[in-house]
Design a protein around this ligand. Structure first.
Ligand code: ZN
Length: 252
């Protein structure tokens, strides 16, 4: 090779090498940037992280998460209300024995099926009474209760529209033949009521309005009203005999 051509050859090779290195470095930088964007934020104490593929909560709750009506741990009570037009995003018909056709959010419906199956293994038949209720139907129900019992009494047993857990699609009233498919305090003493009391948490449900907790929950004892909160939180609430309000205050 001529000396001049040789020089040019080495220059070209050097330039090519430089371009390859530059290209490799750029690809590395782009890849790093993309990976960093996909890294989930590490859960710290009192921080909620939700696995977007499963929708499963992996840690406790923040007040910000509670503000989200679609959050499994949404708090709805006499001081926190849902919007008039809030509709749960993933309502499904509950495929279980019931006194009427009713709906729940998908995750809650699946968990309820597991609970009813577990009860059936003990020869207990549970029945769904009311799951999801719209703002408008709650409005009507509340008005009926006020008419029948007066405001004060109605407020103990019935929620104002926007303040009913049934609008979340995460609550179900359950009943049994032993109480004539009604919603009665005595349900708590029946084998079905006892089964629920002792096992609902294993399937992610809590008795939302426990006995003697009216000062905290705002409602009379309702052994029939189940609220889905997920297995971890339900286990914690069951183990420590907490109300949902008390649990949320603890983790905030
Ligand atoms: Zn209820």
């Amino acid at each position: 090779m001529h000396i001049q051509n040789k020089k040019r050859f080495y220059l070209m090779m050097g330039l090519l090498g430089f371009i390859i290195i530059l290209l490799g470095f750029s690809i590395y930088m782009i890849w790093t940037a993309i990976s960093a964007r996909n890294v989930p934020i590490a859960p710290t104490s009192n921080t909620a992280t939700v696995d977007s593929t499963q929708g499963n909560r992996t840690d406790t709750v923040t007040s910000q998460a509670i503000a989200d009506p679609t959050d499994i741990l949404v708090l709805v009570n006499k001081t926190t209300s849902l919007d008039q037009d809030y509709l749960p995003p993933d309502l499904v018909s509950v495929d279980l024995p019931g006194v009427r056709e009713t709906q729940l959010r998908k995750e809650a419906a699946t968990a309820l099926e597991d609970l009813f199956d577990a009860a059936a293994l003990k020869n207990l038949t549970l029945y769904c009474c009311s799951g999801y209720r719209s703002y408008q139907s709650q409005d009507q129900l509340y008005a009926e209760n006020v008419n029948a019992y007066g405001q004060k009494e109605a407020d103990l047993v019935s929620a104002k529209p926007g303040q009913s857990e049934h609008q979340t699609g995460l609550a179900m009233d359950v009943t049994a033949e032993s109480v004539n498919f009604d919603l009665l305090e005595s349900f708590g003493q029946t084998p079905e009521g006892q089964f629920i009391k002792n096992n609902a948490h294993l399937y992610g449900y809590i008795i939302r309005y426990p006995e003697d907790q009216t000062a905290i929950t705002g409602y009379a004892y309702e052994p029939w009203h189940l609220r889905y909160v997920g297995k971890d939180v339900a286990a914690e609430i069951f183990k420590n005999s907490l109300t949902f309000e008390a649990y949320l205050t603890q983790v905030q």
